[in-house]
Design a protein around this ligand. Structure first.
Ligand code: NCD
Length: 303
């Protein structure tokens, strides 16, 4: 039985296969509408979510399966003090596969150790978010035609942004990626990510000003400052407006730049940018449903 806890649980060829399957589903979604008939997906979300939970549910429904779950810790027995592992052992009696989001880093891993069904990490604290990464990768593939030989800028909260950590780890599997890490000094990537970049001899720079590098980028991955992970509100308030992408700032950017964002956006991308052809974040949302369809099929061994 396979779980997906970290993006590195998949090999590069498995990721490429998932992307190819996702692209096939996009071409002919109807061909997959019965694949999960009789199967159930449980979504256990101990933390807020719109896209990740609903895209998992939409993915399972489009595969002909069914869904159950909860969308906040308050409405589950976690509120009574139940452990994550007991919750998962219980839900494994009701569902064939589980997608779980938790504020504690490592909770999905702990769950996987006790689960009799596949567990998918749908985000654990400030750590990892592998299915957002699959979403980001299929988006890069669709927009650029190929994953490699590009300069990718990551901008915003690189310390607590779990989607950034997983995407950097994934892109390290591909060749010719140059990483430009743009953040306030206080929100630079964690040490283990910097170590991974060094270990792979990746070309990377860490800088504070987006304007200085925007013209070099092929992909710009914007992120929200992760308020819920800050230890005090004053630090959040000081850093929350560090970056606001506007049409004016995009004047020097490449014409074929792809702007990605895992969403939700707060104010780091001005709404005026949404109509620019370089904005890909709502296309990214749709891609996320298709790649999750591919992932569910793989973990249920239906491909
Ligand atoms: C992200 C997350 O939950 O980490 N959202 C998502 O799943 N698309 C990013 C964020 O919350 O800022």
């Amino acid at each position: 039985m396979r779980h997906l806890i970290s993006i590195t649980d998949l090999t590069k060829s498995e990721i490429d296969e998932l992307i190819e399957l996702g692209l096939k589903i996009i071409e002919n979604p109807k061909d997959y509408s019965e694949v999960c008939r009789g199967k159930k997906l449980a979504t256990l979300f101990f933390e807020p979510s719109t896209r990740t939970r609903l895209s998992f549910e939409a993915a399972m429904l489009e595969l002909g399966g069914q869904v159950l779950g909860f969308s906040s810790a308050d409405t589950s027995s976690a509120a009574k003090g139940e452990s994550v592992t007991d919750t998962v052992r219980t839900v494994a009696c009701y569902a064939d596969i589980i997608a779980m989001r938790h504020n504690k880093e490592g909770a999905p891993l702990a769950a996987a150790m006790k689960s009799t069904v596949p567990i998918i990490n749908a985000g654990d604290g400030g750590h990892q978010h592998p299915t957002q990464t699959l979403t980001d990768l299929i988006t890069i593939k669709r927009e650029k035609g190929y994953i490699g030989d590009i300069t990718v800028g990551f901008c915003g909260d690189l310390q607590f942004g779990r989607t950034v950590h997983s995407l950097i780890k994934a892109l390290l599997m591909y060749s010719g990626i140059k990483f430009v890490l743009i953040s306030p000094n206080e929100l630079r990537v964690p040490g283990y990510i910097r170590e991974a970049l060094r270990h792979h001899n990746a070309e990377f720079v860490e800088i504070e000003r987006l304007e200085e590098v925007i013209d070099e980028l092929d992909v710009l991955y914007m992120t929200r400052v992760q308020r819920e992970r800050f230890f005090n509100e004053a630090d959040y308030v000081r850093l929350k407006d560090s970056y606001i992408l506007t049409l004016d700032k995009l004047k020097t950017a490449k014409q074929d730049l792809s702007i990605l964002h895992p969403l939700p956006r707060v104010n780091e991308i001005a709404v005026e940018v949404d109509d620019d052809p370089r904005a890909c974040y709502f296309k990214q949302v749709l891609n996320g449903k298709y790649i999750r369809m591919a992932l569910i099929m793989k973990l249920l061994e239906l491909v």
